[in-house]
Design a protein around this ligand. Structure first.
Ligand code: NI
Length: 399
């Protein structure tokens, strides 16, 4: 294992100019969810140049590659997401987006470049691989639909995957580090919708109406007591109502017929998810009724918790150490990841790393989805090395 790690480290430094060039190309050419046509073509070209087979599972965007090693053995999947955001770049990056209003503001270009780097490294180590590697370049992570699409196309079958590994960058941890977290790393993501129907009328003659706006205000206030009064202070949960729709234009004197609100719920525990669903349903119905309105509430389970499998933990930790990166153990994030769809929807264990991209001196300090988001590009070699080494550790772990 030490010999392999030494070879990977050599490739990491020799191939660094290639990694950086790939990153620049991807960063300059962002494409949003399910529109990643040029990115898909670019990835396919690269895979072909590395001699990696492209599997046709019926994808319009996104790519699945397969590298067969020298012997029989487990199939290890490595996954990166490839989509960008509809956001105008305002970062100090010297190779900014060339597409107005589109930006890799979540750093999925980093993940794609890292996985392409791992493809190149692993293609040169093919004879050392006792098994196979499936490369999953996934579209549409930002809208939580890419992994679902791939799972509907049986992406973890033919050949059947034994474990799946993913990476997301993190501007919270320094470049040179990789977060190796045992257990939950990213929250579940659920969508909540409230519809409160009242009786509209003249805003100056309120006694004739049933005002859904006052009812909605009471529902919002009560919803915020769930986290503080119904959930243990030792557990984490977020309930945010982020969108309220009522009334027409700038009208100021008409009480509307109804109010619609949309929000998000984040937790790390399915029991808390169910509790929040139950309490919000009750609050919406009962409070609306008290205000003479009818309240309807829907809770959509969108993404499960991204939880690292404890059986893969030591393989992950050893992978990071052996390629010369520093493992760190930051607290989990209440952001979500559709990587969880692969593990929740199958019996395949998964592990998800965070790749440190923070560097104060280079202005790489801004959070995901900020128009100023910028990563220290030296992270790509570590991302590629982590992906590549994980394959060998995962095969060793399995056999
Ligand atoms: Ni992301």
């Amino acid at each position: 294992m030490e010999k392999i790690a030494t070879k990977i480290k050599t490739f990491m430094s020799e191939m660094n100019p290639e990694f950086i060039e790939t990153l620049h190309h991807l960063h300059e050419n962002p494409e949003t969810a399910f529109c990643e046509y040029n990115t898909t073509a670019y990835i396919k070209d690269k895979l072909q140049s590395f001699g990696i087979e492209i599997l046709d599972i019926g994808l319009e965007t996104g790519v699945i590659g397969l590298l067969k090693g020298a012997g029989e053995g487990p199939c290890i999947a490595l996954r990166a997401d490839i989509d960008a955001l509809p956001l105008k770049e305002e970062s100090s990056c010297p190779y900014p987006s060339r597409k107005d209003g589109l930006m890799h503001a979540c750093g999925h270009d980093i993940h794609t470049a890292s996985l392409l780097g791992a493809c190149h490294i692993l293609s040169l180590l093919r004879d050392e691989i006792k098994g196979s590697v499936k490369f999953i370049f996934q579209p549409a992570e930002e809208i939580n639909l890419g992994a679902k699409k791939l799972m509907s196309l049986n992406c973890l079958e033919n050949p059947k995957v034994d474990s799946i590994w993913g990476i997301h960058n993190s501007p919270e941890i320094p470049q040179g580090t990789v977060a190796v977290v045992n257990g939950p790393i990213m929250a579940s993501v659920d969508r909540i919708t409230f519809h409160i129907k009242g009786k509209g009328g003249h805003g100056g003659i309120p006694q004739r109406n049933a005002d859904p706006i006052v009812a909605a205000a009471a529902v919002i206030q009560a919803a915020q007591t769930i986290v503080s009064r119904n959930i243990s202070p030792l557990d984490a949960a977020v309930i945010s109502i982020c969108n309220i729709r009522a009334g027409e234009g700038t009208t100021n004197n008409v009480t509307p017929e109804d109010v619609t609100m949309y929000g998000t719920v984040r937790t790390f525990n399915p029991d808390i998810q169910h509790l929040i669903e139950q309490k919000l349903t009750q609050i919406t119905k009962s409070i609306s009724e008290a205000y003479g309105c009818i309240g309807e509430f829907t809770y959509l389970y969108e993404l499960p918790v991204t939880k690292n499998n404890e059986k893969l933990y030591s393989a992950a930790y050893d992978s990071v150490c052996s390629i010369g990166a520093t493992p760190v153990n930051p607290p989990p994030s209440t952001g979500g990841e559709d990587f969880s769809i692969y593990t929740a929807g199958s019996d395949v264990p998964g592990f998800f790393y965070w790749l440190g991209v923070r560097n104060e001196e280079k202005d790489c300090i801004y959070p995901w989805h900020s128009p100023h988001f910028k990563a220290d590009e030296n992270c790509i070699a570590i991302g590629a090395g982590t992906y590549a080494m994980s394959v060998f550790q995962a095969i060793k772990n399995k056999t």
